[in-house]
Design a binder for this molecule. Structure first.
Ligand code: ATP
Ligand code: MG
Length: 246
């Protein structure tokens, strides 16, 4: 059984066909890079996997479970694209990371020592301990990303989805996040991460998926980065992005 199993997934937003018959299996203990041009459906794929978007057709299984129950069991962590986060929300960095512990707490959501320890340790790992009490919006872009990565770490999720965690992030923050994701995968976590940073892909990912509404390619990073494959994925070739939505 794959950690993430997506089959025949089609997603429409009204007239827009965002995903077209996507099938994909992602194995545990690996970092898989999700590559595709703007509008190719990366965020839609993440949102459908986590259960925020309901597919028009097809299904998602997370270690055999449907997205709703996987989410309730804290099996899956999600670092949304920055544009999808309300940064004015009045919560501190520590609060954001503690949200990752909700699945471990009772209905009263009272943080126990184990929760506080997990949050403290996750903040250390992303080097944000000093900024823990700041409102989340008062961090730089790279620090915000690291805060959300810490939330996923504190959650102890077996599956972690990260939507462009390197966008607007400097080399040091990027290196920190890459190292953390490699460590998580080495400890058995399944990591699916979208990125536009193709240079970092070989050090980040064990395998890569090229998405353009459909899965164009799924295999080794080296092969994914071959010019012909990239040309297809980025719509630079005649047959890549010609189809209009029916
Ligand atoms: N809520 C929505 N309502 C209508 N159309 C949407 C919605 N969200 C996304 N789309 C459309 O679906 C397609 C896929 O969008 P999506 O955000 O998944 O792409 P993406 O690969 O994440 O792009 P980017 O690299 O810019 O983040 C685009 O054509 C987009 O305009
Ligand atoms: Mg996106």
């Amino acid at each position: 059984m794959s950690a993430i199993d997506v089959s025949g997934l089609t997603v429409r937003y009204g007239d827009v066909l965002a995903l077209d018959d996507v099938s994909l299996s992602v194995e545990s203990g690996r970092v898989t890079g999700l590559i595709g041009m703007n509008g190719s459906g990366k965020s839609t794929l993440f949102k459908t996997i986590i259960g925020l978007v309901r597919p028009t057709a097809g299904q998602v299984r997370l270690e055999g479970a449907d997205p709703g129950s996987a989410r309730r069991r804290g099996l899956i962590g999600y670092v949304p694209q920055s544009e999808d986060v309300d940064w004015t929300f009045p919560v501190s960095v520590r609060d954001v990371v503690m949200m990752g512990r909700y699945g471990h707490q009772g209905v009263l959501r009272r943080a126990r020592a184990a929760d506080k320890d997990a949050v403290g340790e996750a903040l250390e790992r992303v080097e944000l301990t000093d900024l823990a009490d700041r409102q989340i919006g008062q961090l730089s872009g790279g620090q915000r990303k690291r805060a959300f990565v810490a939330r996923g770490i504190a959650q102890g999720a077996g599956i972690l989805l990260l939507d462009e965690p390197f966008a607007g992030v400097d080399k040091r923050s990027e290196a920190t996040i890459v190292r953390l994701l490699r460590e998580l995968a080495a400890s058995g976590c399944t990591v699916l991460v979208s990125t536009h940073d193709l240079h970092a892909l070989p050090s980040l990912a064990d395998e890569a998926v090229l998405l353009l509404r459909r899965v164009l390619f799924h295999g080794s990073v080296d092969e994914a980065l071959e010019p012909g494959n990239l040309a297809r994925a980025f719509g630079l070739e005649s047959d890549a992005d010609q189809e209009e939505t029916p």
